[in-house]
Write a protein that binds this ligand. Structure first.
Ligand code: G4P
Length: 527
């Protein structure tokens, strides 16, 4: 096997998706701990960082005195090379969060056992399922009383449309949590509330093993045996193909804070999760094993510190190998670039990398050369598929206060749009035309205002609009013409596509009912 193949096969690049407070920071920290990236994994104390445009990692950073970055963490575990992509969930939830998922080959959905499937989990799940990537589920906080596991699985099916297969199953919960039973390895992992770090693993012949009678209270054991019987008879079968195509999610139970069930999850995950997969380009599919380097920019992060006004473009390597100082084509600009000092994101440090492989994420210093979706390729001139835009949830008319500053305002607006921080729409058939900004997370308005003011010296006026939904509308020419004539609140996106804005779901459905020949898409991919 070639070195390139070996390197690629050893890689896993995934994102953890969850609603705030489900325990993503905690779980990530424990995973990093297994990889030795953090010397001592403890509890992340204190409330979330509420500072602008920083993410959870910054908080860990401060508390632990280690340097972690805000977008991707990398660690090794038993010969695997793992990249975890951060998907900010708090105030800094933005369209970036969705786009980051395009760089992942699989996702881990973290669910709070007491809360079940929550709003942000649903949104992020949708983006993953649109791509058909495998989704693993970790049901967290079993050390507390939560909801019935069957009920949680049913909720996943009803709200997300995904079937599930429990890889392990909890015995009791909360104060009566005894541990988990691994259905595949036929073993129980016993939870000790007084000393959660000490996990006792016992091989058993199955749920009926008499050994369990010595370890578990009879009433909990009886219930556990009944549940396993029910799962065996009525539950979904373990089916690797369905897991790989994202139709079936393997479910794991545990308690991230106690580091319980995390290793069990990690080991199954590494076994089942895909190694880097290729991506579609305008010249066909690009496989990771291709002998030349290529990649795409999925996120651009601006530094908020005026002293360091640089940007980092995050590039997912799609094929081949990166070596320091290599020359690549910047396909959109038709220019050759030398990649001099890309950084790679280790959990402990941001370091200059010498080499990286398909599946890895590298950070490129961006003096304004990159846009979201840009392709870099060593030998070729293909472009990776366009990066989708997703429906913003907050909208505002934007204008510059001082007309003299119009030029720099437009320049700034274009830059922010290219970075993907905000989406820009133009009112359709309305005079004078207005520019409308759409964002997924409301904090982006403030970030935009701050940056336009600080970087472009443009003081802006924002007039919030009542809309909360955008839909890319498509259909036959005649139907679309009718719609364009009659429907109010239409805009065009930067590619001139018609985007309708609605106050709420009800309004949107009414329009969809009225124009059955048209399709209303939630993203610019029109998928
Ligand atoms: P997030 O990144 O998804 O937002 O979640 P984070 O890890 O910050 O966890 C959110 C809260 O849930 C934290 O409590 C954390 O301690 C707690 N938590 C995480 N995993 C578990 C678990 O397995 N069991 C229990 N019982 N709690 C868990 P907090 O009150 O916000 O902070 P803290 O004061 O407890 O640190």
């Amino acid at each position: 096997m070639s070195t390139l193949q070996k390197e690629i096969d050893s890689r896993k690049t995934f994102a953890i998706i969850s609603h705030p407070d489900a325990g993503k920071t905690t779980l990530t920290e424990k995973l990093l701990y297994f990889g030795g990236a953090i010397r001592e994994a403890g509890t992340v104390k204190g409330k979330k960082n509420t500072k602008h445009a920083t993410s959870d990692w910054m908080e860990i950073e401060k508390q632990r005195g280690i340097s972690v970055t805000s977008s991707v963490m990398e660690f090794s575990y038993e010969g695997h090379h793992i990249n975890i992509l951060d998907t900010p969930g708090h105030e800094d939830f933005s369209e970036d969060t969705y786009r980051t998922l395009t760089a992942a080959d699989s996702a881990t959905m973290l669910i709070d056992a007491a809360k079940g499937v929550e709003a942000q989990t649903k949104k992020l799940f949708k983006v993953c399922s649109m791509r058909g990537i495998p989704i693993f589920t970790f049901i967290n906080k079993l050390d507390r009383q939560g909801r019935d596991p069957f009920e949680l699985m049913e909720e996943m099916e009803n709200l997300l449309g995904i079937r599930s297969v429990p890889m392990n199953w909890p015995i009791g919960m909360g104060r009566d949590f005894y541990g988990i039973y691994d259905r595949h390895q036929q073993q129980v992992e016993l939870y000790n509330a007084d000393n959660p770090a000490h996990v006792e693993v016992k091989k058993i012949t199955g749920p009926d093993d008499p050994l369990l009678d010595e370890l578990i209270d009879p009433s909990f054991l009886a219930q556990f045996r009944e549940e396993i019987e029910l799962l065996d008879v009525a539950g979904d079968m373990y089916d690797v193909d369905k897991i790989k195509s994202g139709e079936l999610t393997p479910v794991f139970f545990g308690s991230a804070i106690s580091n319980f069930g995390v290793q069990n999850f990690l080991e199954h995950f590494l076994h089942l999760a895909p190694s880097p997969v290729g991506r579609e380009s305008d010249q066909g599919f690009v496989a990771p094993i291709r002998d030349s380097f290529s990649g795409f920019v999925f996120k651009i992060q601006a530094n908020m510190n005026p002293k360091h006004r640089d940007r980092i473009a995050f590039l997912r390597i799609t094929s081949g190998k990166y070596t320091q100082g290599m020359h690549v084509n910047h396909v959109r600009l038709g220019k050759s670039l030398r990649l001099t000092q890309p950084t790679q994101f280790l959990a402990q440090d941001r370091s200059i990398i010498q080499e990286a492989y398909a599946g890895d994420i590298i950070g490129l210093y961006d003096p304004g050369t990159f846009r979201i979706g840009d392709t870099l390729a060593e030998k070729d001139n293909f472009q990776f598929a366009e990066m989708p835009h997703f429906s913003p949830e907050h909208f505002a008319v934007i204008s510059v206060k001082d007309a003299m500053k119009h030029k720099s305002f437009e320049k700034g607006l274009q830059q922010l749009t290219e970075e993907g921080a905000v989406q820009l729409f133009h009112t359709y058939n309305r005079y004078p035309e207005q520019q409308i900004i759409g964002v997924v997370g409301v904090l982006q308005f403030e970030v935009m205002e701050y940056r336009l003011n600080n970087e472009y010296n443009a003081d802006i006026r924002l007039e919030r609009l009542p809309f909360s939904i955008a839909r890319w509308v498509d259909g036959s020419d005649t139907a679309l013409e009718q719609f364009k004539k009659r429907q109010r609140n239409l805009t065009t996106d930067r590619d001139g596509r018609i985007v309708a804005l609605f106050d709420n779901e009800f309004q949107m459905r009414t329009a969809a009912d009225k124009y059955p020949e048209l399709t209303f898409y939630e993203n610019s991919f029109r998928k």
